[in-house]
Design a protein around this ligand. Structure first.
Ligand SMILES: [Fe+2]
Ligand SMILES: [Fe+2]
Length: 194
């Protein structure tokens, strides 16, 4: 199974079912207030924690430095990804929903930024799959230190939250935004022929 399929529960924010009932603007607000806020708080903590555990126990557990490197790279990618959603894509989606006419987006259509975001989601899922593999499915090793156990538990939570976050965007917010854009396009076509 793909690392980003099949999970529908989450420690923060709405469930997938609640989420489907929201307007597009409220969905974008919900994602920013829960999943983006969670990542902004958790990623620096995970970088620091994985660095400490790798420095203290990396000789006995050679996978630890690699885990740390993956977290650092994932954090950089996700910070850039969230900025693009918050500064470009989500404002476009809000504008599309509020206006009755099709807005003139500088990138032409929502398809382009959405395709880019989905591709970046696939990259994040790849990193999660590597973290799962390197930790033997988030197994807390017997005799591991408290810090090591805390790190593995936090990585498992990260996977769960990021999977739900990506599922909300890929399966609900983005397809609905594209459908609304198509509707606005048809409406303006019909209006132009009246
Ligand atoms: Fe997001
Ligand atoms: Fe995203």
């Amino acid at each position: 199974m793909n690392a980003c399929e099949g999970h529908t529960t989450n420690a923060v924010g709405s469930t997938s079912a609640d989420f489907g009932e929201m307007s597009l603007a409220v969905m974008a607000n919900d994602i920013e207030a829960t999943h983006h806020a969670y990542l902004r708080q958790e990623l620096p903590r995970l970088i620091a924690l994985s660095g400490q555990v790798a420095a203290e126990q990396g000789k006995r557990n050679p996978q630890l430095p690699q885990i740390c490197q993956i977290i650092v790279a994932l954090a950089a990618e996700l910070n850039s990804h969230m900025r693009k959603e918050e500064q470009v894509l989500f404002p476009m989606i809000r504008e599309l929903e509020t206006g009755r006419r099709l807005p003139a987006f500088h990138c032409g259509t929502l398809c382009n930024p959405i395709r880019q975001m989905v591709s970046e989601h696939d990259d994040a899922c790849g990193a999660l799959a590597q973290l799962r593999e390197l930790t033997d499915d988030f197994e807390r090793p017997t005799g591991a230190s408290d810090k090591f156990r805390t790190l593995v538990a936090a990585l498992e939570n990260l996977e769960q939250d990021l999977q739900l976050h990506i599922e909300k965007e890929n399966r609900t917010l983005f397809p609905r935004a594209l459908a609304l854009e198509e509707k606005r396009r048809l409406d303006s076509l019909i209006t132009s022929y009246r």
